[in-house]
Design a protein around this ligand. Structure first.
Ligand SMILES: [Fe+2]
Length: 491
């Protein structure tokens, strides 16, 4: 094996024996980059397996599919690889009648097809250098970030704002780009939301040119409302909040150094800790001029937990990152910024905005480092009590070592540690049919044990995560670490 000094330094997610992860391509061997090895090493094939072995008992009324998206580079990268660059691959486990089956498929994006025809990578990743003459722009829309289940299909979405790729939630085949019969004319970011009460699909997108942000709603009848939202410059919003009457847009003081970008083509996000965070409250069908901005202490946030209205107040809970300064280790050379940037330090936090008086409130609910929050889908936009997060150990950036259940009324938590060398993935909530309690249902997560590279899908009773999984479904292959997951109800 090639000597991999940087990879070795981040070796906690490598097998203790140093064995190469199962199912990985040969070309990773020559590349010293932690996000191509260990828990993150891509897999090369698309497989399926029925009637998976189960330890414990699968609930008979667990009916539907656990789907998880994530980066899985198909070809050796042209330049420095960033974890966010890989082609979207969805891994799914379908549950029905107490049985489970697995399959995985690449999202057949335009970029995936073009590179397949070339037999090699065509686009460099987000670390550049950028070639604006490439088809569709300098970055490849990988659809690798999130999955939104809506109207009988799963939409694979990309955080940099791309086209929604529609997948069959059972077969994971790519049906094509969802344009809503041509009504959606702008790229959208990964974290769109579906209002469970109305079916409205609320989205936003962002770009390098004015107005820098756009916002909109696809109504159930397929018509699209859209508003341009002017920001002071290009920004990096990742998520938005939704309540029945409003959406909450994000403007964080984390943006690229324009000078550096123009001179060198490098996109290095800088944290301006003297510039306030701003949240913009817009009526669901409002225009850009209707946005009311509220200022808060400088920070960044990837993911909103939930939002709701409380009299004149709009409340937002999220996973706040107080310090986005990069602290690259000189030994990491050209990978230093990426590795520093992926060390997520985030806490459960509450912001509130008074629409009548303009008053604001903010403060932490917990000091543990957790992210990738999930709530019961029916609770979106309504005041709720429970959220389930992944705990992030600092020694191993962007890995999850425990499932945490938060009581949002006071920030108290219970947790289940996956075990030594075992790492989880985002754990969406599957409601129990006929349930009336908010937390009556199951949580699903993929876990991988780096000691033998086995992967499994664990099922938790969402009411009692401390009790550990009620069933463990053995998977036929290793599943690499990834991004977001969704529950697609079988009905
Ligand atoms: Fe995300």
């Amino acid at each position: 094996m090639t000597d991999l000094p940087i990879t070795r330094r981040y070796a906690k997610t490598l097998s203790p024996a140093g064995a190469r992860p199962t199912g990985a391509p040969d070309w990773i061997e020559a590349i010293d980059n932690p996000y191509l090895h260990g828990l993150y090493a891509p897999v090369v094939d698309e497989v399926e397996a029925d009637d998976l072995p189960v330890l414990g008992e699968l609930p008979r009324d667990l009916f539907g599919s656990y789907l998880r998206n994530g980066p899985n580079p198909r070809f050796a990268p042209l330049n420095r690889y960033h974890w966010f660059d890989g082609d979207g691959m969805v891994h799914g486990v379908h549950f029905e009648d107490g049985r489970a089956r697995y399959r995985n498929r690449y999202v057949r994006t335009r970029g995936w097809q073009t590179e397949g025809e070339q037999g090699a990578a065509v686009w460099p990743g987000v670390l550049g250098p950028f070639d604006f003459s490439l088809p569709g722009g300098p970055l490849k829309d990988t659809a690798n970030t999130d999955l939104i289940v809506r109207d009988g299909q799963a939409l694979a979405l990309w955080y940099e704002s791309g086209r929604p790729y529609a997948l069959d939630p059972r077969t994971l085949e790519t049906r094509g780009v969802e344009t809503f019969d041509g009504a959606l004319k702008v790229p959208i970011s990964a974290h769109s939301k579906v209002d469970p009460a109305t079916g409205d699909f609320v989205f936003f997108g962002y770009g390098l040119k004015p107005p820098f942000m756009w916002y909109g709603v696809v109504r159930p009848d397929g018509s699209v409302h859209r508003a341009d939202v002017e920001l002071p410059g290009p920004r990096r919003p990742h998520d938005l909040g939704v309540t029945p009457n409003y959406s909450i847009l994000h403007d964080f003081p984390v943006f690229f150094d324009d000078d550096l970008f123009r001179r060198t083509g490098k996109r290095v996000p800088l944290f301006h800790d003297d510039v306030p965070t701003r949240y913009g409250v817009i009526p669901r069908f409002g225009d850009g001029a209707d946005v009311r901005w509220f200022e808060f202490a400088p920070c960044y946030m990837l993911h909103v937990v939930n939002c709701w209205e409380d009299g004149d107040w709009v409340v937002m809970l999220g996973c706040r990152q107080p310090d986005l300064h990069l602290h690259p280790d000189p030994r990491d050379g050209k990978l230093g910024s990426m590795l520093s940037g992926l060390a997520i330090h985030a806490n459960l936090y509450r912001w509130a905005m008074n629409l009548r008086t303009g008053e604001t409130q903010e403060g932490p609910l917990d000091d543990a480092h957790t992210e990738f929050p999930m709530i019961a889908p029916g609770a979106l936009g309504r005041r709720n009590r429970w959220a389930w997060h992944q705990q992030i150990p600092h020694a191993v950036p962007a890995t999850f070592d425990a499932l945490v259940k938060y009581d949002l009324t006071d920030g108290s938590a219970t947790r289940y540690r996956y075990g030594e060398g075992v790492y989880g993935s985002e754990a969406p909530f599957a409601p129990r049919p006929g349930a009336t309690d908010e937390d009556d249902g199951w949580l699903l997560t993929f876990v991988t044990d780096v000691k033998d590279w086995s992967s499994a899908c664990w099922v938790f009773d969402a009411r009692d995560v401390e009790a550990g999984p009620v069933a463990k479904v053995k998977l036929p292959r290793r599943v690499p670490a990834g991004f977001h997951a969704a529950w697609a109800p079988g009905a």
